[in-house]
Design a protein around this ligand. Structure first.
Ligand SMILES: NC(=O)c1ccc[n+]([C@@H]2O[C@H](COP(=O)([O-])OP(=O)(O)OC[C@H]3O[C@@H](n4cnc5c(N)ncnc54)[C@H](O)[C@@H]3O)[C@@H](O)[C@H]2O)c1
Length: 450
């Protein structure tokens, strides 16, 4: 008769986590995965980072960091001196890992349907090496049901049983690039395992590097709570974006309105208007949920409307720019526009889905040939396959050479006084000119009414 194994795989893994002999694998070494891998390695835990990008792996192997929020010296130390973090493109190395985090992108298709192919690929690679006692934690933001309906079946097909042979959980990422106060360590994380044992193990491994870990009853609760967090932002930003357009019509300053409302000590949280939303999360996530909702004949009208308002903002900014050109004795096609700040938010180097990029695209599509940009965080920007012109430093002469200057992203190191002093017209979509506006008549503020 065939002997069944009586090994308690959960207890073995728990012990390895407790005595720090656990080996952690991180699939996807981007904004989420690399800080996580470095955090484990900094805690003395052997960590293997896996990425499909040979360039990223090459960079890490030579000790070079490419994520702005990470300290270069720490990355170099854990890789070259401590030798706790290794990087590879070879998925076979996953077999050495006791815990595997999946931190791959979750983009949408051109039609804005979810594209979870990177998650599925990662699950397939994991299945190839799956062994007893491994814990897999999905961190990529996705719709409820991804862990149990898409990842688990791939792993179960190996014949191993979830909850006894291997363990599976979802634990969303909350990293806020550029935020120096809330870091990987002090930002609480939520964890939902497929079984209570999966949750217990996922809590244990996270506790090794994160102060507060919050268990929930299932992966779907964890998946949905992440979408709630991001959709909460999307909806509230849409509200102020809509009010900003109304304020433009009635000549009321929306920024002052938000500031005044913020004096209420309860029941209000400030959100600010802008040229639109960007990055890899808030723009995409509402579409993940509305796509899933359609499967159960539910229409997320409210959430979709918020996304629509936010995505209309670059078009609104385009109309503000073209109105300012129309007020000058210059043809639209000949106008020179400078976009200040291309990253999707201040003080970060992330261009993904940036509203400034959309504004540039729209202006060029309208026949404006001279669209330049300046952004110390973004070395090159391509629109429709062509590089946008830029300069390394922002001089008064350079600013003076434009018909309209637009503050699309309010990076902290912009010299706003110099910019406003030397521009014919400044369109401020971020309230960056707040401190000097009263002394200058050449500033047009989004949400104030010209
Ligand atoms: N960036 C954020 O601020 C943030 C915050 C919270 C959640 N998230 C979520 O985390 C996930 C990852 O986001 P990110 O910003 O780190 O993305 P990213 O693009 O910065 O990094 C993803 C990495 O995965 C690699 N990759 C792609 N497919 C792969 C595969 N099949 N196998 C191995 N590696 C692969 C890419 O080369 C890249 O290095 C997304 O679901 C995102 O929504 C991101």
């Amino acid at each position: 008769m065939k002997k069944t194994s009586s090994v308690n795989h959960a207890a073995v893994l728990e012990q390895r986590i407790a005595d720090r002999t656990v080996v952690v694998g991180v699939i996807g070494l981007g904004y989420v995965g690399l800080p996580l891998a470095v955090e484990f390695a900094s805690h003395g835990i052997r960590t293997i980072g896996i990425d499909v990008s040979a360039d990223k792996v090459k960079s890490l192997r030579s000790g070079k960091n490419y994520i702005q929020d990470l300290d270069d010296a720490v990355v170099e130390r854990v890789i070259r001196k401590d030798k706790k973090l290794t990087a590879t493109t070879d998925f076979a190395e996953l077999s050495e890992c006791d815990v595997i985090y999946i931190c791959v992108p979750t983009p949408f298709t051109p039609n804005k349907d979810p594209d979870i192919s990177h998650i599925v690929d990662s699950a397939r690679e994991t299945a190839k090496v799956l062994r007893n006692g491994q814990l897999i934690i999905l961190k990529s933001t996705t719709f409820p049901g991804t862990t149990t309906k898409y990842v688990q079946p791939i792993l179960d097909a190996t014949g191993k049983r979830c909850g006894t042979d291997y363990f599976l959980a979802f634990s969303p990422e909350r990293i806020d690039p550029g935020n120096k106060t809330w870091t990987t360590k002090n930002t609480p994380v939520v964890v939902g395992g497929v079984t209570p044992t999966c949750t217990r193990l996922a809590v244990a491994i996270n506790k090794g590097i994160i102060t507060t870990v919050v268990p929930v009853s299932s992966p779907s609760v964890a998946e949905m709570e992440k979408l709630l967090e991001n959709i909460f932002r999307s909806v509230n930003i849409a509200l102020v974006n809509e009010l900003a357009q109304l304020c433009d019509r009635i000549g009321v300053n929306i920024w002052e309105v938000v500031e005044a409302a913020s004096t209420k000590p309860f029941g209000f949280m400030p959100f600010y208007p802008g040229p639109g939303i960007g990055g890899h999360c808030i723009l995409i996530d509402p579409y993940y949920l509305s796509w899933m909702a359609r499967e159960v004949d539910f229409v997320t009208n409210f959430i979709t409307l918020a996304a629509e308002v936010n995505e209309s903002m670059p078009f609104y900014v385009r109309s503000m720019i073209e109105r300012e050109i129309a007020r000058q004795p210059i043809a639209l096609a000949k106008a020179k526009i400078l976009l200040l700040g291309m990253a999707f938010k201040k003080d970060v180097d992330d261009l993904r889905h940036s509203p400034a990029l959309k504004v540039a695209e729209l202006l060029i599509e309208d026949g404006i040939k001279n669209v330049h940009y300046f952004d110390p965080y973004i070395p090159t920007v391509e629109v429709h396959g062509k590089k946008l012109a830029s300069k390394k430093t922002l001089t008064a002469d350079y600013v003076r050479s434009f018909d309209v200057v637009v503050i699309t992203t309010d990076h902290s190191d912009f010299d706003i006084a110099m910019i406003c002093k030397n521009s014919k017209v400044v369109i401020d979509t971020r309230n960056a000119t707040k401190k000097i506006r009263t002394s200058r008549k050449n500033i047009v503020l989004l949400g104030e009414g010209a």
